[in-house]
Each structure stands twice: as structure tokens, then as C-alpha cells.
Design a protein around this ligand. Structure first.
Ligand SMILES: Cc1cc2nc3c(=O)[nH]c(=O)nc-3n(C[C@H](O)[C@H](O)[C@H](O)COP(=O)(O)OP(=O)(O)OC[C@H]3O[C@@H](n4cnc5c(N)ncnc54)[C@H](O)[C@@H]3O)c2cc1C
Length: 448
């Protein structure tokens, strides 16, 4: 490959949500940006593709958005795709368990936040009134943690320890808090620190009704943001270079000046932003000043499958499965507004440290068994096609101690800034954290 140097105002490593949100904000301000993306297509851990013969784009795993994803929604609005994300007005979650028993969290729309959530929790049928009395201590604890960094004493506890310490019964935890925690944190309550859970819950509970709404993309994830973000950047003179794996940072006189790819292509810029996950960034040849405790951060896997069925088996948009190895099932036919006689489902096993090692056949066997146990109609259905996706490095594993290892977005060294979902945004490492980090870093560069 050529050895000519290409120059930009800002060089961004990584074309996921974070890198693209950063690139778009900078391009909006007239900065020339180059994004280096190692894969043939950008999108990173939130991407989609079309399987031959299918009319549905398959995501690398189902992604749930929230009303409180404000930076994400700003990003989508800027690139003109906000209408591809549907935020539902009602705050409702259905649960199913083996034997077909159902429960529902239904938060009345006429109540302000956080009363609507409290009312929803009080309405759960599988939790006794005595158990629900535990909500008082929970509410007080959360109010005390409403703002600012989560104290070390909470960060050191797992979700299980924190909830149990507040007097919430195991049954209440299993029926509401555990599915929420594993969905948000992608690790089991026994493993995940309470810090990320607190960070997410306080935004959902205390920043307005809109914040606790759920949202899903009506399109594949790449159509939601990747293609439009690339177009936005390229129309303003920037470039998103695919198949360009950054291998080494260029450092001169204590300042990062650019990066070189594994093919020897050289890029120079005033600022270099890393929007790579920690496990990829640490593989690069880096200046010693950038090495640090962040290199010890670990990943948690997610395993998912898209199943095309010969008949509909559920009407809801999504259902949480209680007492099953599969955590959530999403109704892609309804979410994407597909016109099909059967139904397409997307199933998710979060914190899948064990399942990630299973064969696709075993994953399908397990999810099919869970679906048949929880959704009786599934037992009659025929699976026409199935696509299993394993993401061994899906999210940051939010174990106690991880929070202190997350560098602040925008920190780094002269000429170099950390971004990515895993930086310390005050949020769990999610899409919103990725966009907050990308936006924060862009603003820092814009302000100079
Ligand atoms: C299956 C699954 C389900 C999820 N569900 C949810 C959910 O429901 N809600 C939610 O909010 N979040 C969810 N997440 C997390 C969410 O996808 C991530 O938080 C977000 O996409 C991270 O974006 P990012 O830009 O920080 O990192 P990434 O998306 O990882 O982007 C980094 C990019 O850098 C590229 N790269 C790596 N190394 C190099 C290199 N050396 N040179 C150049 N490029 C490189 C990668 O290919 C990648 O494109 C889920 C993740 C997965 C995998």
C-alpha cells in the first residue's frame, strides 16, 4: 500500500456509534475528519446486514434504546434518521415464564415520573404486597444517589448485594430487577457492580417520563445510522475509510500526530480520537503515556438468534423470559412492520459467558426450549430459518472495580483523546454512552 500521508483536522479510529457521532459533530462544525475502520463496513458492535433471500436486515444482536438516549437521538436527528427509531409512548414490559404464566409492568401514562414506574411496579402480580413494601427503601436509596459519581461503597457491591441490602426479596429481584439489570449491564446481578445499575435507573426514574420509554429501530442498525453518518461526513469533505486497521500511533515530541495502518498507510491530524473498544486499542502500538489500568477492562458476551417461523407466536413487541436461559424475545415482524404470514423473532442471551462457547445447534436448542416453555404457541410453530450470532466482546463487563478503570472521555495525552462507550460517561457502556463520549470529545476539540 502507498506510503503517502493523508491529512485531516481530526483522525478518528473506529467507526461505531462513538466514532461516527464524534465525526458527524465535527463535520457539522466544518472540520475535516477521517475515520479509520478496520472492517469492510462500519458499525462495530451495532451493525446489520441482509441475508440472501430475506427481506429483513439481521442485526448483530437486538439493541434496545431508551427515551433517555438523548445524545443518540441528537446524533440521529443530525444525520436525518431519527424517524427510523421508534420510541413508544407507553412504558410497558411483558414477562412470560415456563408454564406460560404472564406478568406485566404497566406504568400509567397519566402519572408523572417516577410515580408512573412506582405504580407499574406495584401492579406486578407475581410480587406480594409485603415484598413491594421494599420499594420504599429502594426509592430512598436511589434518591440519595440521584446525582454525581456513585460512591465507592456502592460500586464495590454487586447488584445482588445492593438490592438484597435494601431489603428487596429475591422473588421481587428475579421478577423485575434481574431482567432489567442483565438487559442494561449485560452481566448477571451476581457479577455486575451496582454502580452501572444505579447510573441507568436514576436517569430512567428522575429525568422525566420520556426517559423511561423504550425504543427500537424500525430498520436494521446499519440503515439506522451507519450509512447516513458516512454520507454526512463525506458530503462535508471527510472520509470514512473501511478496511483500514490502525496499528500504531505516530508520536513526536510528546504529542500524538497521527496513525499508521497495518498496511502502512499514514494519516496525520491535529487531534487523534480513539473510538476503539479497550480490547482493540490495547493491541495497537501505543506511547507509554497512554498505557494504564483501562487495559485490564474485560468484555461480556451476548449470544442471539434470529428465527423465522411459519406462524405468529406473540403479539407484543418484546417479552422478558423469567426463569429461562434466554432473557428476551423480540417480535421483529411487528417492530419492522413486516408483511409476512409467519413471524420473525430475535432472541437474546445476555452475559452469555457460558453460551458463547456453545455450538449454534445447542444455542438454537436452548432458545427453542425456552420459547416453547414460555410462549405455548411456539411449540406448534416450525422454525423455517435460523441465524445465530455470537458477540464474545459485546460490552464492557461492569464488574466491581471497572468504573475506576474507565478513562474520562476526552482524556489521554497531547493530540490524543479517548472516546468509546467504555469511557467514564457516568452511564453503563451502552449506545448512549458511546454517543455521549463521541459528542463530548467533539465539543472539546471544537472549543479548542
Ligand atoms: C449483541 C449486542 C447487543 C447490544 N445491545 C445493546 C442494547 O440493547 N442497548 C444498548 O444501548 N447497547 C447495546 N449494546 C452495546 C452497544 O452496541 C455498544 O455500546 C456500542 O455499539 C459501542 O459503540 P462504540 O462506537 O463505542 O464501539 P464499537 O461499536 O465497538 O466501535 C469500534 C469500531 O472500531 C473498529 N476497530 C477496532 N479496532 C480497530 C483498529 N485497530 N483500527 C480501526 N478500526 C478498528 C471496530 O471494527 C468497530 O467498528 C449491545 C452490543 C451487542 C454486541
Amino acid at each position: 500500500m502507498g506510503s503517502a500521508t493523508e491529512r485531516a483536522d481530526v483522525l478518528i479510529l473506529g467507526g461505531g456509534f462513538s466514532g461516527l457521532a464524534c465525526a458527524v459533530r465535527l463535520a457539522q462544525e466544518g472540520r475535516r475528519v477521517i475515520v479509520l475502520e478496520k472492517s469492510p463496513r462500519a458499525g462495530g458492535r451495532a451493525r446489520s446486514w441482509r441475508e440472501p433471500g430475506s427481506e429483513l436486515d439481521v442485526d448483530n444482536g437486538q439493541h434496545l434504546f431508551m427515551g433517555c438516549y438523548r445524545a443518540t437521538r441528537r446524533f440521529l436527528k443530525t444525520i436525518g434518521t431519527e424517524d427510523r427509531l421508534e420510541i413508544y409512548p407507553e412504558v410497558e414490559v411483558d414477562y412470560a415464564e415456563p408454564g406460560g404464566r404472564r406478568d406485566r409492568l404497566s406504568c400509567p401514562s397519566w402519572l408523572p415520573a417516577p410515580l408512573h414506574l412506582a405504580a407499574g411496579l406495584l401492579g406486578l402480580s407475581g410480587v406480594t404486597w409485603r415484598e413491594k413494601a421494599g420499594l420504599l427503601a429502594f426509592d430512598q436509596a436511589l434518591k440519595a444517589l440521584k446525582r454525581g459519581p456513585v460512591p465507592d461503597g456502592v460500586e464495590r457491591q454487586t447488584v445482588r448485594q445492593w438490592l438484597t441490602g435494601l431489603g428487596l426479596s429475591r422473588n421481587f429481584q428475579t421478577r423485575f430487577f434481574d431482567p432489567a439489570a442483565i438487559g442494561i449491564l449485560n452481566d448477571s446481578p451476581e457479577v455486575a457492580s451496582a454502580a452501572g445499575f444505579v447510573q441507568a435507573l436514576r436517569v430512567m426514574f428522575f429525568t422525566g417520563r420520556e426517559s423511561s420509554r423504550f425504543g427500537l429501530a424500525r430498520t436494521g442498525l446499519s440503515e439506522l445510522y451507519v450509512d447516513a453518518a458516512r454520507e454526512f461526513v463525506e458530503k462535508r469533505g471527510g472520509r470514512v475509510v473501511s478496511g483500514a486497521k490502525a496499528a500504531e500511533l505516530i508520536e513526536e515530541s510528546g504529542r500524538v500526530r497521527g496513525a499508521v495502518t497495518d498496511q502502512g498507510a499514514r494519516y496525520e491530524a491535529e487531534h487523534v480520537v480513539s473510538a476503539l473498544p479497550p480490547w482493540d486499542l490495547k493491541k495497537m502500538s501505543l506511547p507509554a503515556a497512554l498505557r494504564g489500568p483501562w487495559e485490564e477492562l474485560l468484555a461480556a458476551p451476548i449470544v442471539g438468534a434470529t428465527l423465522r417461523l411459519d406462524r405468529p407466536v406473540m403479539t407484543e413487541r418484546f417479552v422478558g423470559l423469567l426463569g429461562a436461559e434466554t432473557h428476551w424475545v423480540f417480535n421483529k415482524t411487528r417492530i419492522h412492520g413486516l408483511n409476512e404470514s409467519g413471524q420473525t423473532l430475535s432472541v437474546v442471551i445476555s452475559g452469555a459467558h457460558t453460551a458463547v462457547a456453545w455450538s449454534p445447534e445447542k444455542i438454537l436448542e436452548t432458545t427453542s426450549r425456552d420459547l416453547a416453555a414460555c410462549l405455548p404457541e411456539f411449540a406448534q410453530a416450525k422454525v423455517l430459518t435460523a441465524k445465530v450470532v455470537k458477540e464474545p466482546f459485546a460490552t464492557l463487563s461492569p464488574v466491581p472495580g471497572a468504573e475506576a478503570r474507565r478513562p474520562d472521555p476526552g482524556s489521554g495525552m497531547p493530540g490524543f483523546l479517548f472516546a468509546g462507550d467504555w469511557t467514564r460517561t457516568g452511564l453503563p457502556a451502552t449506545i448512549e454512552s458511546a454517543c455521549v463520549a463521541g459528542e463530548t470529545v467533539a465539543e472539546r476539540i471544537i472549543r479548542g
